[in-house]
Ligand binder design. Structure first.
Ligand code: C2E
Ligand code: MG
Ligand code: MG
Length: 829
């Protein structure tokens, strides 16, 4: 077929070619036809281009027809296009390429070009037909699309939130990096995972439903479900499944996940904080920067009495009571500015009007710009602690038994009294009171009775004094009293008498009555001392004097007492050296058998010849030796000396007699007494039956069980025990029967009264009678007259001692007496 357009003078000829020509020119696509280029050097030439091609190139078709293809391409297309084209036509089969042409203004034009070679039966190229379509517009749109796709890809990939794309059937199509990071796997591994492997089993069903809804084109409300993370743990996420619809068709479902872990942690912390704040025992309020309450907790209501709603909008400062000691708001503000918080004690007022001490802490809450956004105030009611504190304070300064001030507190009171006296010039008195024989009550009736008596005494003392005076328990059975604003010492004497009278009425106990008396010493400020301790010491010394002078009485401190105290110190000091200086010696007072008048024993009595003072009475130095502890060594010396002397007499051929040794309380208290005595006996060679140990009732009552044991051991070794000064102490023979005693020595004070004083007669007779019934022998002390002797002999008293027979004598003279065979007194019977 000939495709050439045949022209006539009057225009185009209508024939098949013309029709074809018209068709080709009417086509919107470009059409070009070439020859086979056979027999030419320049290769195929353009035989035909249609109208559209001309328009595409901006040329008339006639200008193009006849051009060799290579030249045509060179003129209108770039190098890349030419190369592609050449490759294309050498293939010899239909091919497709894209032609790109750059216009004069630089804009690019794109043509999607199809080339069809037409070959003759010999395979020779006859023609090429090229059909192209200008796709410039589509290409531009595509380029734009590619560009925006890159944007969205970046958003998608770099989003910190995991995003996954599923097919509507549920296969994983794609996901962003956040998903892979969280799961700790790569895309390839993820694709192999099933839905069930990624979601918590309990949330699987709900997740499916959620996904299915999206897969059906709906956008369901976000779902909270737990997904697995790289460590295999499940973390909570809010999932939004969104369907992707293209051309009315659901092509995918995008699942966007919002990790809730951080949020949950934050929520948990907030919840905990809120919970803690709500439940703490302290009241907590949160205010705005201008102190308007926003919220308050439960404790706030229980402490202040205000409901939270009632107080919102009000200032917490309204809670502070009007009090001079209240910290100033300025002080609080400055502290908060400086330190960020303020803490201190405030006095607060409850809704009821009642005030209470409070420990308050206020701190400022600041934002990132350091501006105060809130204040938090926490306060507690510390009235209970205050009460505890006061109670502790009271306990520290008071005696728990009587609830009276203790010694420390009493000293404080004395200090105050001194200051007051200095101001008003009025003297005051310090009274020191010690109960008489209190130990006996404790020992015989028990500590409970002792405690009751102390309480009763405390009560009576308090009642005897004025409200401004002070009574304190200084310890044991000692009480201190402070009598203020005296006009004279007579006032103090009157109070002392009143106190003694108050104590003399029996103290009624549920099952018995207790009698007690006390010894009182008085010291006056400022005459008897200017310091609390001096005053106390002097009142104590005066009390000792009262004790010494018969008890149940009071004595004023005097310079004389002071002198005695001084003397005491000097004596105590000298006593320390008395043994080594050989200042001690023993005298022996004969003990006489009252029926025969013969000497049957001798009591060793210690004498101290002081280098300056001369002979010092044992009544003076024995108590000093006791308090200084020197009695231990002195007592041992006496024991050794007495035993040695007794053996000596025996060695001289005299009939053996009992030698009596006085023991002191202290010797009894110290361990090893029995062993010491045994050692002395062994060393001196005295048989135990010739040793008699004298102890007093008071010593026995000090620790009855221990004394009983020791006496038992001594007795078992054959040593005799005598109760000395009987009648001056506890005086209960029936009680003493529990002790292994051989002798009772009736005290001189009773013998003194016989045979005239009926009381002494009764006592003496009773003691003799009872002692005999208990199998003890009675020794009467201090027999000075023959009347006394007669009375005692008649009464059945077996033995006696006294000036009537002999004073205490040096050992040599005793030896002489031992040598005599006659009676030491004229025998009347
Ligand atoms: P005591 O054991 O009751 O001794 C009897 C005291 O009465 C002795 O006084 C003695 O001299 C005195 N005396 C004896 N007969 C008469 C009398 O007819 N009329 C008067 N007015 N007095 C008489 P002394 O020797 O001054 O001893 C006083 C106290 O000293 C003793 O009382 C005894 O308790 C204690 N004592 C003496 N020597 C020692 C000793 O070596 N050790 C201990 N621990 N105490 C001793
Ligand atoms: Mg004695
Ligand atoms: Mg005696």
């Amino acid at each position: 077929m000939d495709y050439h357009v045949q022209r006539t003078e009057d225009g185009e000829t209508i024939g098949p070619q013309v029709i074809l020509d018209k068709v080709l020119n009417a086509l919107p696509d470009i059409v070009v036809i070439t020859d086979g280029g056979i027999g030419t050097d320049s290769g195929p030439r353009i035989e035909f281009v249609n109208q559209a091609f001309g328009e595409f190139l901006g040329k008339h078709p006639q200008d193009i027809v006849g051009l060799p293809v290579s030249q045509f391409l060179k003129s209108y297309f770039g190098d890349a296009t030419r190369t592609r084209f050449r490759t294309l036509i050498t293939q010899g089969s239909p091919a497709q390429t894209r032609l790109v042409r750059t216009q004069d203004d630089g804009a690019k034009q794109y043509v999607e070009f199809h080339v069809v070679p037409i070959l003759d039966p010999h395979g020779q190229l006859k023609h090429m037909i090229g059909v192209g379509r200008d796709v410039t517009q589509q290409c531009d749109a595509l380029a734009k699309a590619v560009e925006s796709e890159a944007y969205y890809r970046a958003i998608f990939d770099q989003s910190p939130h995991p995003v996954m794309i599923f097919s509507p059937a549920g296969e994983i199509l794609s996901c962003n990096q956040a998903v892979l990071d969280r799961l700790g796997i790569n895309m390839h591994e993820l694709r192999k995972k099933s839905f069930a492997e990624l979601v918590h089993p309990s949330d699987l069903q709900a997740s499916f439903e959620h996904f299915k809804e999206a897969a059906c084109g709906k956008t369901p409300a976000p779902l909270v479900a737990r997904g697995r993370n790289r460590d295999g743990e499940y973390v909570e996420a809010a999932i939004t499944d969104v369907p992707i619809v293209l051309d009315g068709k659901i092509v995918a479902v995008v699942a966007m996940m919002n990790d809730l872990t951080q949020l949950r942690r934050l929520e948990e912390r907030l919840r905990l904080s809120a919970n803690a704040l709500a439940n703490i025992a302290e009241a907590a309020v949160i205010t705005t920067p201008d102190l308007s309450v926003i919220s308050a907790n439960r404790a706030f209501t229980s402490i202040t009495g205000y409901m939270e709603a009632e107080f919102v909008g009000r200032s917490p400062l309204e809670l502070w009571a009007d009090d001079a000691d209240q910290p100033s708001t300025e002080e609080v503000r400055l502290a908060i500015e400086r330190d960020g918080y303020w803490q201190g004690e405030t006095k607060n007022r409850r809704k009821s009007g009642e005030t209470y001490p409070s420990l308050t802490a206020i701190s400022a809450v600041r934002d990132q710009q350091d501006r105060i956004t809130h204040f938090v105030g926490v306060f507690s009611d510390v009235s209970k602690f205050k009460a505890y504190e006061e109670r502790l304070e009271h306990l520290a300064h008071h005696d728990s038994l009587t609830n009276l001030p203790n010694r420390a507190m009493f000293e404080c009171h004395v200090n105050t009294a001194i200051s007051r006296s200095k101001r008003n010039g009025k003297p005051f008195a310090l009274m020191f009171l010690d109960l008489d024989q209190f130990k006996a009550v404790n020992d015989s009736l028990g500590h409970r009775a002792g405690d009751e008596l102390l309480r009763s005494v405390a009560k009576r003392l308090s009642e005897s004094l004025r409200g401004t005076d002070v009574v304190a328990r200084l310890g044991g059975d000692e009480f201190g009293m402070l009598l203020g604003d005296l006009t004279s010492s007579t006032d103090a004497a009157r109070v002392a008498e009143k106190v003694l009278t108050a104590l003399s009425t029996p103290h009624l106990q549920p099952s018995y009555e207790l009698f007690t008396s006390a010894s009182v010493g008085l010291a006056i400020y400022p005459d008897d001392g200017e310091e609390p301790l001096t005053l106390l010491k002097n009142a104590d010394a005066a009390m000792y004097l009262a004790k010494k002078e018969g008890r149940n009485t009071y004595r004023f401190f005097s310079a004389d007492i002071n002198a005695k105290a001084h003397e005491y110190l000097v004596l105590a000091n000298n006593l320390r050296h008395a043994l080594e200086r050989n200042e001690f010696h023993l005298l022996f007072q004969p003990v006489v058998d009252l029926s025969t008048g013969r000497i049957i024993g001798a009591e060793a009595l210690l004498r101290w010849t002081h280098p300056e003072s001369g002979l010092v009475s044992p009544a003076t130095f024995i108590p000093i030796a006791e308090t200084t502890g020197l009695i231990g060594v002195i007592g041992e010396w006496v024991l050794y000396e007495a035993c040695r002397q007794a053996t000596q007499w025996q060695r001289l051929g005299h009939p053996p007699v009992r030698v009596a040794v006085n023991l002191s309380a202290r010797q009894f208290r110290e361990p090893g007494l029995v062993e010491k005595i045994e050692a002395v006996l062994a060393e001196t060679g005295l048989a135990p039956q010739w040793l008699e140990l004298e102890i007093t009732e008071t010593m026995m009552m000090e620790n009855p069980e221990r004394v009983k044991t020791i006496l038992g051991e001594l007795h078992a070794r054959g040593i005799s025990i005598a109760i000395d000064d009987f009648g001056t102490g506890y005086s209960s023979l029936s009680y003493l029967k529990a002790f292994p005693c051989d002798f009772v020595k009736i005290d001189r004070s009773f013998i003194d009264g016989v045979p005239k004083d009926q009381n002494d007669i009764t006592i003496t007779e009773t003691v003799i009678g009872m002692a005999q019934r208990l199998g003890m022998r009675v020794i009467a002390e201090g027999i000075e007259t023959s009347e006394q002797l007669e009375f005692l002999r008649r009464g059945g008293c077996e033995e006696g001692q006294g000036f009537l027979f002999s004073k205490p004598l040096p050992p040599g003279q005793i030896a002489k007496l031992l040598g005599q065979t006659h009676s030491l007194f004229p025998l009347t019977r």
